[in-house]
Design a protein around this ligand. Sequence first.
Ligand code: ADP
Ligand code: MG
Length: 288
Amino acid sequence: SIPLGFFGGIGGASKRGILIKGSNYLEALNNVETIVFDKTGTLTKGVFKVTEINPQNDITKEALIEYAAYAESYSNHPISLSLISAFNADIDKKRIKNYQEIPGHGIKVIIDGKEVLAGNEKFMNSENIMIGDVEALGTVIHIAINNRYAGNIIISDEIKEDSAHAVKALKALGIKKTIMLTGDLKTVGDTIGKQLGLDEVYSELLPGDKVAEFERLENQKSAKGKIIFVGDGINDAPVLARADIGIAMGALGSDAAIEAADIVIMNDEPSKIVTAIKIAKKTRRIVL
Ligand code: ADP
Ligand code: MG
């Protein structure tokens, strides 16, 4: 039978906007050794703003942002939403055909009969598009039209107000390692890692690489120590499902994430993980 104290713990957590899907997860929160965060939408707001539009090879800035927005118009990736909102005009879906989203890479689509690619350097390399060096302090979205490089758009996300405090408080609770995984550029990942005081950062990971990296981290912890993964489910649902404790961001997170997760944070604040661990410790004192 389940001790009554666990119901109190789960109920108390739900009043604070933390949905815990079983008493076993509440109990497991007492033995967390490692916390692995996804970046976008988890430690950052997931709301990118366009900071630079750099057209190349005879295209205007207006046309470049239009192609980018059209390419992204069927996706609900945070990157897509930001490019669509930067375009700030209606999208005529009749101009779009053969839409394909390649996770961790970008979009391939036909717009006005032209093949348009929008995504990262890895994606451009795999499609044999030559791009120059880009020095940017943000996430770089490259665009190619009919196999020719058309330039890039630099977008930038902000760290959540609550993230630095959460990382500090988790360390104070005795969590051994705080880690971030991201598909974004190393320059972006390392900057955020430094600002938040994370122990380790692994960047430029494809969705499959995130699973492999997570398995490696899992093997590093002690047998009784638990490992948490926190994500929004966009390109990371397999890791959420695999973790001892998978935590999803409920507001921005995808339905797949909420489904795959063991714990859902309704308002997306990382410091709710600190609250959940404190509730777990208090519940254990009552139950034992
Ligand atoms: P994160 O690890 O930050 O949550 P993702 O794994 O979702 O990010 O994506 C990793 C990278 O793949 C992005 O930084 C971007 O370069 C590229 N990418 C993913 N989806 C898209 C998209 N819809 N359009 C353009 N680029 C994308
Ligand atoms: Mg993500």
